[in-house]
Design a protein around this ligand. Structure first.
Ligand code: HEM
Length: 544
């Protein structure tokens, strides 16, 4: 029985009781409060204790020890970086049918597919039976665009994906390399200015710089639009307050709030519409930031329409041009759908690659990996012996094999999207296990990418050369971009962009940890970024 049904039937019952038996039930309000409290408590005990512990069809699945009778494994999850407990459980538990189970807050059950078979069912064969859950839709959906490709389902998703594919064809992405390189050069110039102006080796947190650079890239490469996010940084200050208005909005949206835990619990207890009305600072901030994102998305669409009207033809093949050319968004509501699509690409297409860059510089700056950083620099400089080139081609970037290995290894070991969720839209199965409608599935790229079974005993070590030996034990060993019809449409775009940015940065600069052995803390958030950024000592390596 749902909460709404309980409240509705209790209202009717208390009115009737107050009317027909006023001697025992003089006040309908108190009667309502008494009965509803009793029924809601009963419902809570059933959902949070009786069902998951005694009746659930999943109770026989391998489940980690040490769960609290009411909070499940929530405390372990909350105290750890996203994906870390799931990796530990995957390694510890016997797991023959490719599924493990854990319990979240109030014992909410979560099922984790761990074998190639169960992953291929969720991601490929039955991808439209496992949809995005409401908590994602109602949360990040407001920022990522609810009517865009990321949150569409079934036939609507198939249709949108087909429509957008020309913008991601191999030939189209190849043509974007000069744009990726131009922005990479602009970034190196900005960083060079800071380094040259400092008497001692400066310590720079590169996080915001990468967010600005990737925002400029998605603007230019995705929509033919100049955000000038990097250009707007004055006096080398790329802190959260600098950069374009849009960069600031995303900085607000993507930061992990200090009130995250309280918000998480509040969402389980109160309806979202109620929480949105409360004057919570974080809610207001995100509301304002998403207004900016919506407005800017509409501005970009208008600018493109104007440009097309002037040229009298759609000649470009960027994402926005492909959308406009299709004529699919001409009808009523079309602009709103296109706006949501822009919001999807803006967010999905920039913060993820920026996160990958942060991890790349972090791991390459560690003392034990300096030889990898040096070897990478050597490869880049050998390919471009006359100094940092003004232009590079797709073929030149693709010829750098060690760059490919390093970027693949960073994406394996630090996947920016560590975990994602699905919800069973109908009764179905995974392997031999019955999955009832409403079951929550958690896919954990972080755990799969570091699985010893799939990558060998040194799975958790950063070793780029492993990519010369193959790509893991199965097609589902590398889930950074997921896989199947709902896998990342921008994965080739992202990998090339990542290679260009990293080649320019490592070719030009040397990065060393500012504080040796600094503890890195990662918590929640849409993408897994280190809290407080990663300050690095940056110096120019002469001769390039
Ligand atoms: C390193 C960079 C990136 C990573 C790690 C990444 C990762 C992912 C992942 C894991 C998903 C699936 C999310 C889910 O279904 O729960 C996804 C979807 C998506 N990504 Fe990426 N992404 C990256 C870059 C990009 C770029 C550059 C673009 C666009 C230019 C992009 C556009 C999208 C879109 C549109 C979807 C939704 C696809 C669909 O549902 O059909 N991503 N990405």
């Amino acid at each position: 029985m749902s909460k709404r049904l309980i409240l509705a039937s209790t209202t009717v019952a208390s009115l009737l009781l107050a009317r027909h038996d006023p001697a025992h039930f003089p006040s309908s309000t108190w009667t309502f409060l008494g009965i509803s409290t009793l029924l809601l408590t009963g419902l809570f005990v059933y959902n949070a204790v009786i069902f998951p512990l005694m009746l659930s069809p999943f109770r026989h699945l391998p489940t980690p020890k040490g769960a609290n009778w009411l909070l499940g494994h929530f405390l372990d999850i909350h105290r750890s970086a996203t994906g870390v407990p799931q990796l530990r459980w995957m390694e510890e538990l016997p797991n023959n049918n490719g599924l493990i189970r854990y319990r979240g807050l109030f014992n909410g059950e979560r099922i984790v597919p761990t074998s190639a078979k169960t992953l291929s069912e969720v991601l490929h064969q039955k991808s439209y039976s496992f949809i995005k859950p409401d908590f994602m839709r109602n949360g990040i959906g407001r920022i990522l665009g609810l009517q865009g490709i990321l949150f569409s389902e079934g036939d609507e998703h198939r249709h949108q994906r087909k429509l957008l594919l020309p913008a991601f064809s191999h030939s189209q992405i190849k043509n974007l390399v000069p744009t990726f390189w131009d922005v990479s050069l602009e970034l190196t110039e900005k960083i060079s200015e800071i380094v040259s102006a400092s008497v001692e080796t400066p310590v720079i947190d590169m996080s915001h710089w990468f967010s600005l650079a990737t925002l400029d890239i998605i603007g230019l490469a995705g929509f033919g639009y100049q955000f000038n996010a990097l250009a707007s940084v004055k006096n080398g200050d790329a802190t959260s307050e600098s950069g374009s208005e849009l960069a600031q909005a995303y900085n607000t949206i993507f930061k992990t709030p200090a009130v995250a835990l309280a918000m998480h619990i509040a969402r389980l207890v109160f309806p979202r519409w109620f929480l949105r009305l409360l004057p919570i600072k974080r809610t207001q901030e995100v509301k304002e930031a998403s207004k900016v994102v919506k407005r800017v998305s509409l501005e970009i669409i208008d600018a493109k329409k104007l440009e097309i009207a002037e040229k009298k033809a759609v000649t470009d093949r960027d994402i926005l041009s492909v959308m406009l050319k299709s004529g699919q968004y001409d009808g009523p509501g079309g602009v709103e759908i296109m706006r949501d699509q822009m919001m999807t690409f803006l967010a999905a297409g920039h913060e993820t690659t920026a996160t990958a860059m942060i991890w790349a510089l972090y791991v390459l700056s560690l003392k034990e990996n300096i030889h990898i950083q040096n070897r990478l620099r050597e490869e880049i400089r050998d390919a471009f012996p006359h100094g940092i080139p003004e232009k590079v081609s797709y073929e030149q970037i693709e010829s750098l094999k060690y760059l490919r290995n390093v970027t693949s290894e960073v994406l394996r070991i630090y996947p920016p999207v560590t975990l994602t969720a699905r919800y069973a839209a109908e009764d179905t199965t995974l392997g031999d296990q019955f999955i009832p409608k409403g079951a929550h599935i958690v896919i954990v790229p972080y755990a799969i990418n570091r699985s010893k079974e799939l990558w060998g005993e040194d799975a958790d070590q950063f070793r780029p050369d492993r990519w010369n030996e193959g790509q893991g034990e199965s097609n589902y060993a590398f889930l950074t971009f997921l896989a199947g019809p709902r896998g990342c449409i921008g994965n080739v775009f992202a990998k090339l962009e990542f290679k260009c940015l990293l080649a320019a940065m490592i070719g030009k600069f040397a990065f060393v940890e500012a504080e040796e052995g600094r503890e890195i803390v990662v918590r929640g958030g849409i993408t897994a970024k280190p809290i407080g950024g990663i300050p690095l000592k940056v110096s120019i390596v002469e001769g390039w």
